[in-house]
Ligand binder design. Structure first.
Ligand code: CMC
Length: 393
């Protein structure tokens, strides 16, 4: 019935050529523009990584300063955007608010935007990287009924984000540098991951020439699912449900049961058939953050480590090459930073905006790019004649 190769979930189909991110899933290697994620997490920071992903090289001091200034001057939102929030219920999931408000930016920056003009592409990219933390922080403030905090351009990217999330006008606010560093590292680790579901969504939408803000909103929608970015939220829900290490064997039995749709969240990956290198850095960061906060005993971390230990000794997980992924430990760090569970995937979206924007830019600048238009293997009925309503049985 069809002449096309069917590749469910695109497990064996390259959708594009890209020079941005490289993954070797068997060896657990992740490189941004050739640089190992371990080195970037340890020695770089998010704004430098953003430059690297967008332009392909590490910046000089002058280039970095100019880039940071260029992004920072776009951190405020149009005052009219404030009013969108009032249209949402207070208990709306912040990812729903993200989809709506980021998508709505296309209404503010559309008529004047020519994506074939490199300078306008640059401004769109800068606006997105700069404004998404503000949109995210306001989604949170709206949910808890606190005043929106305007961005502070004297702060670094992660510091400003923590400030907008946690500060209130009535109190002085001091950003803890260790916690800001942890947030920055989380952003670096999530910044790009080649052609995952949300990035492919951004590219597909972008291939039609659509408005870039609308394309990023499409990426946010794809990221939200529990099989993708929503997993960090799902991990904490799962740990809460397990509750105590003594309940782990029973939970693992449920995961392994035939016809079970219970999954060990934060485990497994389409590409990594070995440790996700981001998970190793996350676990280390988790210990550092808890030490800084003076938390000696974090039952969730103990539970997660025990769950990891038991899973990694279990034939079910070993034979399927299921290892912890980036989301297994990130939620515990975010919780320690005081971020509520519903915001976890939003943090992922803030970080991944840089990857989406870089991939969108690469797509638009690729002379061989064509509209993304997958084919199908048709399995429906063959041609047949319409039957009038009265004649139907
Ligand atoms: N728990 C239990 N079994 C699993 C899991 C898991 N987390 N992941 C995969 N499997 C099993 C699956 O049941 C299947 O077994 P069988 O061969 O007996 O049918 C086998 O492993 C292969 O699974 P798959 O669903 O074909 O693998 P996939 O590459 O399509 O899915 C995945 C990848 C990430 C969606 C999946 O591993 C999963 O659902 N993991 C849990 C959710 C999660 O942590 N997602 C975050 C991914 S990393 C960050 C991001 O991308 O945003």
């Amino acid at each position: 019935l069809g002449i096309f190769t069917y590749d469910p979930g695109y497990g064996a189909t390259a959708s594009c050529e890209s020079r941005i991110t490289y993954i070797d899933g068997d060896e657990g290697v992740l490189l941004y523009r050739g640089y190992p994620i371990e080195q970037l997490a340890e020695r770089s920071d998010f704004i430098e990584v953003a430059y690297l992903l967008m332009y392909g090289e590490l910046p000089t001091r002058a280039q970095l300063a100019e880039f940071e200034r260029g992004v920072t001057r776009h951190t405020m939102l149009h005052e009219q955007i404030r009013r969108f929030y009032d249209g949402f219920r207070r208990d709306a999931h912040p990812m729903a608010v993200m989809c709506g408000v980021v998508g709505a930016m296309s209404a503010f920056y559309h008529d004047t935007l020519d994506i074939n003009d490199p300078e306008q592409r640059r401004i769109a990219a800068f606006r997105l990287i700069a404004k998404v933390p503000t949109i995210a922080a306001w989604a949170y403030k709206y949910a808890i009924g606190q005043p929106f905090m305007y961005p502070r351009n004297d702060l670094k990217y992660a510091e400003n984000f923590l400030y907008m999330l946690n500060a209130v006008p009535a109190e002085p606010y001091r950003v803890n540098p260790v916690l800001a560093r942890a947030m920055d590292r989380i952003l670096v680790l999530h910044a790009d991951h080649e052609q995952n579901a949300s990035t492919s969504t951004v590219r597909l939408a972008g291939s039609t020439g659509a408005n870039p803000y609308a394309c990023i909103a499409a990426g946010i929608a794809a990221l939200w699912g529990p099989a993708h970015g929503g997993a960090n939220e799902a991990v904490l829900k799962m740990l809460a449900e397990i509750g105590h290490p003594k309940n782990i064997p029973d939970f693992i039995r449920r995961v392994k049961a035939k016809d079970s749709n219970v999954r060990l969240m934060g485990f497994g990956h389409r590409v990594y058939k070995n440790f996700d290198p981001r998970a190793k850095i996350m676990r280390q960061t988790c210990h550092e953050v808890l030490a800084e906060l003076g938390i000696k005993d974090e039952p969730l971390l103990d539970l997660a480590m025990e769950l990891e230990r038991i899973a990694l000794e279990d034939e079910y997980f070993l034979s399927r090459k299921l290892y912890p992924n980036v989301d297994f430990y990130s939620g515990i760090i975010l919780k320690a930073l005081g971020i509520p569970t519903s915001m976890f995937t939003v943090i992922f979206a803030v970080a991944r905006t840089v990857g989406w924007v870089s991939q969108w830019k690469e797509l638009i600048e690729d002379p061989s790019q064509r509209i993304g238009r997958p084919r199908q293997v048709y399995t429906g009925p063959g041609k047949r004649d319409y039957v009038p309503l009265d004649a139907r049985q």
